[in-house]
Design a protein around this ligand. Structure first.
Ligand SMILES: Cc1cc2nc3c(=O)[nH]c(=O)nc-3n(C[C@H](O)[C@H](O)[C@H](O)COP(=O)(O)OP(=O)(O)OC[C@H]3O[C@@H](n4cnc5c(N)ncnc54)[C@H](O)[C@@H]3O)c2cc1C
Length: 1017
């Protein structure tokens, strides 16, 4: 055993002895809290329901609401608590007011255990008491998620007040150790950076710093005058780089350069924490003034893991608990070895982590008064006491705030206390032995490298067929399992490299503005005497590129070419077709920043929106290839002796693909790939405003090796070539996404049978929506506001899935509107070349004028509650607009706007809200925010929409995860991004063979067999 390990064990044992001398469990508060914690640790389902109930409780106003929720959350408990809860609920029903009060009182008591005071005044009682125990403080202001600049400014003002108050109230307080006190001011305030700016965007740390620095300077200035200490807390990974950069920027400024009383948090659960710490220390040395680092493991482990997994990102946190512990110890060493410039604050309740820091400091000869231990208020009381007794400096992190805004903090603490991996549970609840708890974490890291998702390009290919086992006769008994598709990744713009790649791409794409793109027919470039310009909607005097315009003759040649190519393509093995799609996906991945940049210029998408579109295009390629492999082989219809009946599919023929501009690559690519992989040949007509992107997609298919004539690209006017081809006898099917007006015309026209036509035309028709989000009276408003704003104004409301009606229950109306209007007012509108922009221009002048007209008409029907005023003069910018007082029958409620205009309707109750939501011609997407399990279940059953989203935005469908499409006037009920979607492009066929000869037949018939191809390849 190393000397250090021996010393860690010695000190750890000493702490445990001191802890055991004053036996006080972390769950010391008897009664309600203790019960809840015990039940939660015994039963995971109870824990989830209980914490969700705690989360909603503070927002419920009536006793009857509380009882109702209690019933809903615990009605179907299938364990030992059922009788308890049942009796509780029955009793509560009799006197809801009293029981509501009783529950609220108990949960408030639970919250008070972790929240040191309601306000700065209230917290002083706690701080004085702790001072008597030799424990210092850092105060943190609890708050709701900041969704607007109004709220951010309020938070800044509260920080100032807090500082003043603490300074006034602690005058004359001295350092508990009376040594090296100049390093540890009595007044210490922890600041949550994201609460000071509502528009923090990971892609734009410079913008965050530009907005945050002016808000922080007065706070820092005052803290400096008052002799206080300011700590920057660390939040989610998305904000980490900006927070670090902000810290370095501010404390390099002349005014603060020589001020030593600033600190920042490093989270040891992050894989890049060590690099960040080295950078910070190097910066500190150059600055030449001390600063502090609070070393913690990190509070958002589950969130980071979930978020990254959903987006296909590299998970930034360690995946094994001992890895975080070991990293904490590595970072402790780095901190203590650099004690000459950085003061350490170890934020942990883990006795092993604490003992390790103590032992290391001793080894390095650092006096115990030169660093401190920080622990959370309401947790690990005996450990704090032990540390004080051992002569260490202890500071308590003391949150201040009301119950409602403090709920998310309370739930985080409850989760931490009940976590299977947590030290506190192991020690105080499961009574794990000291020896076990003091083991070196490096010895506990599992030898197998923890699984980290592959880097974006690695995750691309879904090569399902590789696993299929074909037997000698070409048939197989097995098919690959169905749900193993892994989506392509989004770009994580939190990384400076991603930001830099995007900036470079924007520069390069701009440099080739004005380039000309041909039509492609039968594998040949075709130029006509007319070029169509494609403009930048943010600056319409800029021409992104020109495309050759097709007329009827070119449409005719494309139809002929596609028909000829079909003879071969339709009989090409599906595996070859799948591989073509995978090559396309790989090229999309290679060119993703360039393509995103073109989207920013050509259709006005913000960075992340543009990247999302490329990701979706890649997903369509990979997902449809994956699905085709599942469906490509003929499948036995039934096992019956003596006969083989195989069902399989043939392609329909020539598919005409007419795509919209709002998802210029994704939707175009989705329809084209579905048609191609199923063996059809395609004439694609990209939308006019996104013609350059269409031309680039053609280029990509050519590079991937699409045979001549299999994919043909025609630019031009839908009313001319589109209409001509819809009626063309050589076109067997039309895949269309776009406006209702054009969609219905295609539907009708394709229904007529014309001379020379071989097939009944199939139409896949996806149109618009008038999508509603309903806000229940108990909804989590932090989530509701952020997601509604995103759903309504993301990509300027130009998504068919966008929220255009917000239906708010009367009871909640004022609270929702106050926050919603302030949040809308905080949105940044401008040219999306700038990464911090959320709202860009609408697509073109026609859209601009049409939306303006609707807004003007809206003013005569309803109340214009908000319209942004700071918008660029040049370009097609429509300010985010919110109407209130909207009635269900008004144009604002019924007509699709396709722009950043949100209509708010008030509903009496949920019945009324559902009726309003369902009362339109459309059925595309719908959303609901609620914390009532019963209401959520009802909504799932009753909202009339193809895609219903609960407690999240109603946009952002992911291929395979959220098959997308609506019905009624939103479309023909097909779902893009679903395996069954491919069936639209196929005709089914059954081949039956009597395999009995003179009473003899093979015993087994394979489930699947090879394709019926002649001559076989
Ligand atoms: C005073 C103070 C201030 C704090 N300030 C911040 C802050 O600004 N920002 C912040 O993010 N956190 C902060 N924290 C940390 C956080 O809130 C938790 O309290 C802390 O992570 C718990 O660690 P521990 O050492 O006490 O307990 P332990 O039980 O030893 O560690 C639990 C921690 O291990 C990590 N972990 C859990 N499971 C795994 C796994 N499977 N793989 C890898 N790692 C895992 C998580 O970080 C988890 O919180 C602060 C903590 C304190 C005490």
């Amino acid at each position: 055993m190393s000397l250090l390990q021996a010393e860690v064990e010695r000190r750890g044992t000493q702490i445990f002895d001191l802890v055991d001398r004053h036996p006080e469990s972390i769950f010391s508060k008897a009664g309600f809290y203790q019960r809840i914690m015990e039940f939660s640790m015994r039963d995971e389902y109870f824990k989830v329901q209980m914490f969700r109930f705690v989360d909603v409780l503070a927002s419920l106003r009536r006793g009857s609401d509380i009882v109702q929720h209690l019933d809903e959350y615990f009605a179907d408990m299938r364990n030992g608590f059922t009788p308890l809860i049942r009796t509780g609920v029955s009793l509560a029903r009799i006197v809801p007011i009293i029981s509501g009060k009783f529950l609220r009182w108990n949960v408030s008591g639970m919250a008070r255990q972790f929240i040191a005071g309601r306000n700065p005044d209230d917290v002083m009682k706690t701080l004085r008491k702790k001072r008597r125990q030799g424990i210092g403080f850092t105060v943190d202001l609890l708050g709701e998620a900041v969704v607007s600049e109004e709220e951010a400014n309020e938070y800044a003002a509260r920080c100032q007040e807090l500082l003043e108050h603490l300074a006034r109230e602690t005058r004359g307080w001295t350092d508990p150790l009376g040594k090296n006190s100049e390093l540890f001011p009595v007044v210490n305030v922890s600041v949550k950076i994201s609460a000071l700016y509502s528009q923090m965007n990971p892609a734009d740390p410079a913008d965050a710093i530009a907005h945050l620095a002016p808000k922080l300077r007065p706070i820092l200035r005052r803290a400096k005058e008052l002799g206080a200490f300011i700590n920057f807390d660390m939040e989610s990974y998305a904000h980490k780089n900006a927070t670090l950069e902000l810290f370095r920027t501010l404390f390099t400024e002349a005014e603060f350069r020589d001020w030593p009383h600033a600190g920042i948090v490093i989270q040891a659960y992050l894989r890049d924490a060590e690099e960040d710490l080295h950078d910070l220390i190097a910066w500190g040395r150059e600055r030449g003034t001390r600063f502090t680092v609070r070393l913690v493991k990190g509070a958002y482990w589950d969130y980071e893991k979930i978020k990254s997994t959903q987006n296909g990102w590299i998970i930034p946190v360690w995946l094994q608990k001992p890895e975080s512990d070991a990293n904490f110890e590595r970072l402790s060493r780095i901190l203590l070895e650099n004690e000459s410039i950085v003061t350490s604050a170890f934020g942990s309740h883990n006795v092993r982590s604490i003992a390790h820091a103590q032992a290391l400091a001793e080894e390095l000869g650092i006096d115990r008064s030169r660093f401190e231990f920080q622990l959370l208020y309401g947790m690990a009381g005996p450990i704090k006491r032990a540390l004080v007794e051992m002569g260490y400096r202890v500071r308590e992190y003391s949150p201040v705030g009301e119950l409602l805004p403090g709920m998310s903090y309370l739930v985080r603490r409850l989760l931490e206390n009940t976590s299977n991996e947590g030290f506190l549970r192991a020690k105080f609840s499961e009574h794990v032995s000291a020896v076990q708890l003091l083991r070196d974490p490096r010895d506990m890291v599992n030898g197998v490298a923890a699984a980290v998702p592959a880097a974006p390009s690695d995750s691309a290919a879904g090569t399902a067929a590789a696993t299929v086992d074909f037997s000698r006769n070409g048939a197989t008994r097995e098919m690959p399992s169905v749900d193993t598709y892994k989506n392509a990744s989004l770009t994580n713009f939190v990384y400076p490299e991603s930001q830099e790649k995007m900036r470079t791409a924007l520069r390069e794409v701009r440099a080739r503005f004005g380039q000309k793109y041909p039509l492609v027919i039968d594998g040949r470039e075709v130029w006509t005497d007319k070029l169509l310009p494609s403009l930048n909607p943010s600056a319409p005097d800029q021409i992104v590129g020109f495309v050759a315009e097709a007329g009827i003759p070119e449409a005719e040649s494309a139809a002929k070419a596609a028909r000829r190519a079909f003879q071969t393509w339709g009989r090409t093995p599906f595996e070859e077709r799948c591989q073509l799609l995978e090559r396309v996906a790989a090229i999309l991945d290679r060119r993703r920043f360039e393509l995103s940049a073109v989207e920013v210029f050509e259709v006005g998408k913000a960075w992340a929106e543009a990247d999302g579109d490329i990701r979706e295009a890649m997903d369509f390629c990979l997902f449809y290839a994956y699905q085709m492999r599942l469906r490509g082989n003929p499948r036995l219809t039934q096992h019956v002796p003596g006969e083989e009946s195989y069902q399989h599919h043939w392609p329909r023929g020539v598919a005409l693909v007419i795509a919209p501009w709002n998802f210029p690559l994704a939707i175009l690519c989705g329809m084209v790939t579905a048609a191609l992989v199923t063996g059809n040949t395609v004439i694609m007509k990209p939308a006019e405003p996104s013609a350059v992107l269409g031309a680039l997609l053609m280029e990509i298919f050519e590079e991937a090796g699409v045979p001549p004539g299999v994919l043909n690209c025609l630019h031009g006017r839908g009313s001319v070539i589109g209409a001509y081809l819809v009626d063309h006898p050589d076109v067997e099917m039309i895949a269309f996404t776009g406006s209702r007006e054009v969609g219905l015309r295609i539907w009708e026209s394709a229904g007529k049978t014309r001379p020379g036509q071989r097939e009944l035309k199939r139409v896949v028709c996806e149109m618009g929506g008038k999508n509603a989000i309903i806000v229940d009276s108990d909804a989590d408003l932090d989530e509701t506001i952020v997601d509604t704003i995103y759903s309504a104004f993301g990509y300027q409301g130009q998504k068919c899935s966008a929220c255009s009606r917000l239906i708010v229950l009367e009871e909640n109306y004022e609270r929702v509107m106050q926050r919603l209007l302030a949040a809308a007012a905080s949105l940044r509108v401008g040219n999306p070349e700038d990464p911090g922009i959320t709202v860009g221009p609408v697509i073109d002048e026609t859209a601009y004028r049409r939306i303006q007209e609707i807004v003007e008409r809206g003013k005569t029907e309803a109340t214009l509650a908000f319209q942004a005023t700071h918008i660029p003069e040049k370009g097609y910018f429509i300010p985010p607009t919110i109407f209130t007082g909207v009635k269900p029958e008004m144009t604002l409620s019924q007509c699709e706007i396709f722009g950043p205009v949100l209509s708010v309707l008030k509903a009496r109750d949920l019945d009324d809200a559902i009726r309003i939501a369902n009362d339109t011609d459309y059925a595309l997407t719908a959303g609901f925010f609620s914390r009532s399990p019963a209401n959520i279940e009802r909504i799932k059953a009753e909202l009339v929409a193809g895609n219903v989203y609960v407690n999240r935005s109603c946009t952002g469908a992911v291929v395979g995860r959220h098959p997308f499409g609506g019905f009624k006037m939103s479309g023909g009920g097909t779902k893009a991004g679903d395996g069954d979607y491919l069936l639209n492009f196929l005709v089914p066929r059954v081949v039956t063979e009597n395999i009995m000869r003179h009473g003899f037949a093979p015993e087994a018939t394979p489930e699947y067999r090879a394709e019926f191809l002649w001559p076989p390849r």
